[in-house]
Design a protein around this ligand. Structure first.
Ligand code: DGL
Length: 215
């Protein structure tokens, strides 16, 4: 099995690492767009054109499945990509609002994601579908992807953000950007046991299995 994994930057490596553990025999090819990361502060038109250009090596290399390991690119391009490349199977990544809604006891969740994801119609549709009864806090994470990409992480600021959403009652924190997967352990520590932290690596593994079984 050949899996293609795309992200603007090192978020894809976090997802690929999880997939390698689940599918040790798979050939996993990762592609990124370091020249243009971060995508999360760009317009939908820019993200679409950059994603399409960056994906070309994967689209021409017979991947069984291409995983858009990028919430931002998924939100802004996956509908278009599925239309333009109907023979290619894609899996996208989206903030886990449905799971968060099922888990929360306080009715308050926090979604950490890029500005472009938070502004997207696809995210707003998710909120309407699964989050309409919830209080959803969207802390400002606009600088996080770039900080993580450059390994210049302001741990104090991230800790303050997490403490603040927990103080506001969030008992589930959704990591809606794959760059943040690299900080999952720090974020879990910052919650001091007050919130569950969700990211979709396992769900992607399950989705791959479903698609393979189908075909
Ligand atoms: N890792 C990407 C995501 O999941 C975005 C990071 C960025 O390029 O801003 O949204």
């Amino acid at each position: 099995m050949k899996l293609g994994v795309f992200d603007s930057g090192i978020g894809g490596e976090a997802v690929a690492a999880a997939l390698r553990a689940t599918y040790p025999d798979a050939k996993i090819v990762t592609v990124n767009d370091k020249a243009h990361v971060p995508y999360g502060n760009k317009t939908p038109t820019e993200v679409l054109s950059l994603t399409k250009a960056a994906l070309q090596p994967l689209l021409s290399s017979d991947c069984d499945i291409i995983i858009l390991a990028c919430n931002t690119a998924t939100a802004l391009t996956i509908v278009h990509l599925r239309k333009q490349y109907p023979q290619q199977k894609f899996i996208g990544i989206e903030p886990m609002i449905k799971t968060a809604a099922a888990l929360t006891k306080t009715g308050t969740i926090a979604v950490c994601a890029t500005p472009a994801t938070l502004k997207s119609d696809r995210y707003h549709d998710l909120l309407k579908k699964y989050g309409s009864e919830l209080k959803v806090i969207e802390p400002n994470c606009a600088t996080w992807a770039y900080m993580i990409e450059c390994d210049q992480i302001n741990h104090d600021s991230i800790k303050r953000t997490i403490t603040n959403v927990c103080d506001q009652g969030a008992d589930v924190i959704v990591l809606g950007c794959t760059h943040y997967h690299w900080l999952k352990e720090n974020i879990i520590l910052a919650t001091a046991g007050r919130a569950a932290v969700l990211e979709p690596s396992e769900a992607i593994g399950r989705r791959i299995q479903q698609l393979l079984t189908k075909s």
